[in-house]
Design a protein around this ligand. Structure first.
Ligand code: SAM
Length: 245
C-alpha cells in the first residue's frame, strides 16, 4: 500500500493500537504547535517501526503539551528489509545525505565502518538514528533500519556471518558493468560495502578480495563520489538481486 504524502507523518516510541494515547515529545510539540500551527483535532500519521502506520488526532491537554489519539490503522507493518549497508563515514552534510538515501533505498541495517582512509571521527549512533527517523518520516518508510555502532572494518570482517554475501564496490575493477557479477550471487542474505572519499587502502582491498564471502563489483566507467556510489550501488543491487524484482 502506498504512503500518503499529504499528511504529516511522525515517529513515536510508544505502542500503537486502536485508541492508544501518546504524548508528543518537546520537539514534536514545537514543530506541530509553532511551525505548523496545528489546530486541535488535526489528523496526522504515526508509526513506530513495529506496529504499522496509524491515523491519529492531536489535542492540547495544556498550552504546552500535545497528545495523539490513534483512530485507525492506515498501513500494516511491512517485513524488515534484510539488506545490511556497510559504509565508511563521510563529512557531516554528505553523511546525512548518504543515510537518508540508504533509508529510501531499502537498507535494513546501517553499519558505519572505520577504514584506514576514513576522515573524521566515528559518528554517534544516536545522531545517525535521528537522521534515519527523519528520513523515514519524510519518505513513508515504516520499517525503520537498525543502526549499529561504528566499528573498525577489520573487526566487522572478523565477526562476519558467512551466510551473508558482502558486495564490495571496488573502483579498481576492470569491467564496468556490475550486472553479470551480481547475477551470479546465490545468497539471499546480502550486504553492501562502499568506501570513504579516499577509497580503500591497498591492504584493505587485498584483504577484501581474499575473503570467500566477498564479491567485488564495479559501478561504471567513472569514479563516483562516495555518497553517489552509495545510491548507485543500492539501486543496482536492489534491481538485480534485491527487493525491486
Ligand atoms: N580511491 C578513489 C580516489 O580517491 O581516487 C576514490 C574513492 S570513491 C570517491 C569512494 C568509494 O566509492 C570507493 O571506495 C568505492 O567503494 C566507491 N566507488 C566509487 N566509484 C566507483 C566505481 N566506479 N566502481 C566501484 N566502486 C566505486
Amino acid at each position: 500500500m502506498r504512503a500518503n504524502f499529504r499528511m504529516q507523518r511522525l515517529f513515536v516510541e510508544g505502542g500503537l493500537q486502536a485508541g492508544a494515547v501518546l504524548e508528543a515529545t518537546e520537539e514534536q510539540f514545537h514543530y506541530l504547535a509553532h511551525v505548523l500551527r496545528a489546530e486541535p483535532g488535526t489528523e496526522i500519521l504515526l508509526f513506530n517501526g513495529r506496529d504499522g502506520e496509524w491515523r491519529a488526532r492531536i489535542d492540547y491537554p495544556t498550552r504546552k503539551r500535545i497528545r495523539f489519539e490513534t483512530l485507525a490503522e492506515t498501513r500494516p507493518q511491512p517485513l524488515q528489509p534484510d539488506l545490511l549497508y556497510v559504509f565508511a563515514p563521510l563529512k557531516v552534510g554528505r553523511m546525512d545525505y548518504l543515510v537518508q538515501k540508504a533509508v529510501e533505498m531499502g537498507a535494513g541495517i546501517l553499519q558505519p565502518a572505520l577504514t584506514q582512509h576514513t576522515q573524521g571521527k566515528a559518528p554517534p549512533t544516536e545522531k545517525i538514528t535521528a537522521n534515519v527517523i527523519e528520513a523515514a518520516e519524510q519518505c513513508g518508510v515504516l520499517a525503520v533500519p537498525e543502526v549499529r555502532p561504528a566499528a573498525k572494518l577489520a573487526d566487522i570482517l572478523a565477526a562476519w556471518d558467512r551466510e551473508r554475501r558482502l558486495i564490495y564496490c571496488d573502483e579498481g575493477e576492470e569491467s564496468h558493468n556490475p550486472l553479470p557479477v551480481l547475477s551470479g550471487i546465490r545468497e539471499t542474505k546480502l550486504a553492501l560495502l562502499v568506501g570513504p572519499e579516499g577509497g580503500f587502502s591497498e591492504e584493505e582491498r587485498r584483504q577484501l578480495r581474499g575473503l570467500p564471502f566477498v564479491t567485488a563489483i564495479p559501478l561504471g566507467p567513472r569514479i563516483l563520489r562516495a555518497d553517489t556510489a552509495a545510491v548507485a550501488a543500492l539501486a543496482v543491487v536492489q534491481a538485480a538481486i534485491g527487493d525491486w524484482r
